[in-house]
Design a protein around this ligand. Structure first.
Ligand code: BEZ
Ligand code: FE
Length: 286
């Protein structure tokens, strides 16, 4: 293998996979090498540009730690995460669609009862979110678990607050025999994905904004069903058509209806105006 050139370098690199015993690994590496070489050929990448790329990937790695994953953010903002999601969650019509998990999920949220206030002490407009967990034929699923999390009314997740290990706006709810769930919270607001790293610089150079439309995250699971990681988006949000991570689906957009202070869905009296949102999750049998 000598005298390699533009014409035969790709074949030479592919031939090096002859000894790979894992066939799936070989398939993925073959495609990766072909696409990388194709990218370099198509763009006629200069040495300077190639090195800028190396520096960008290095900076992306340096921005990763236990609480920050800049590579996932890169994948999210280039639409790769949603493409992987779409390929891996092809669902029958009527099932709740999945969307991006995002970096702010924390496992081990507290179990909370029906109509718990997961937004107690959190800034923002009171909101009551409720609905049912159903199978695709509309039958209620008892014992389904909804793991929910969202920002406060200023657009921050608890884990983004400086030094803040105190958890808020998260909880795990379990449905009863009627499949119903309900919780009090604050109305989520749109917020920017983290922009203080190389991915933020990339968005700026692309002329893109970093915002996600307001949403509540949920992972809904039940024995015998495929779990779904999804969002409830707020109808009317100005970023619904330009989500920085390509995660919006029409079926997940819900009206948050305004109400005057007074009797609220949890049976109590709200001293402040509030809003309500209703959403039924529909799960597919495993
Ligand atoms: C989120 O919705 O929490 C999120 C998703 C992708 C990137 C950043 C944040
Ligand atoms: Fe989010």
């Amino acid at each position: 293998m000598r005298n390699l050139n533009e014409a035969n370098l790709t074949d030479a690199a592919l031939a090096k996979l002859g000894g790979a015993s894992d066939s799936r690994f070989k398939e993925i590496m073959t495609s990766l090498i072909k696409h990388l070489h194709g990218f370099v050929r198509e763009t006629e990448l200069t040495e300077k540009e190639w090195f800028i790329g190396i520096q960008f990937l290095t900076a992306t790695g340096k921005k990763c730690d236990d609480t920050r994953q800049e590579y996932i953010l890169l994948s999210d903002t280039l639409g790769v995460s949603m493409l992987v999601d779409a390929i891996n969650h092809r669902k029958p019509g009527g099932a709740t669609e999945s969307t991006v998990l995002g970096p702010f999920y924390v496992s081990g949220a507290k179990n909370v009862p029906m109509w718990a206030d997961i937004g107690a002490g959190v800034s923002g407009e009171p909101a009551y979110v409720s609905g049912r967990v159903l199978d695709v034929d509309g039958r209620p699923i008892a014992g389904a678990v909804l793991d929910v999390w969202q920002t406060d009314g200023e657009g921050f997740y608890d884990v983004q607050r400086p030094g803040g290990r105190e958890r808020y706006a998260r909880g795990k709810l379990t449905t009863g025999a009627d499949g119903r769930y309900g919780f009090r919270t604050v109305k989520p607001v749109s917020y920017p994905v983290p922009t203080d790293g190389p991915v933020g610089q990339m968005l700026l150079r692309m002329g893109r904004h970093p915002y996600r439309p307001a949403h509540v995250h949920a992972i809904v699971s039940a024995p015998g069903f495929e779990s779904v990681a999804t969002h409830i988006f707020v109808e009317g949000d100005k970023y619904l058509d330009s989500d920085a991570v390509f995660g919006v689906k029409n079926s997940l957009v819900v009206e948050f209806k305004d109400h005057a202070a007074g009797p609220a869905p949890d049976g109590k009296i709200s001293s402040k105006p509030y809003c309500t949102a209703q959403f039924d999750f529909k799960l597919v049998r495993a």
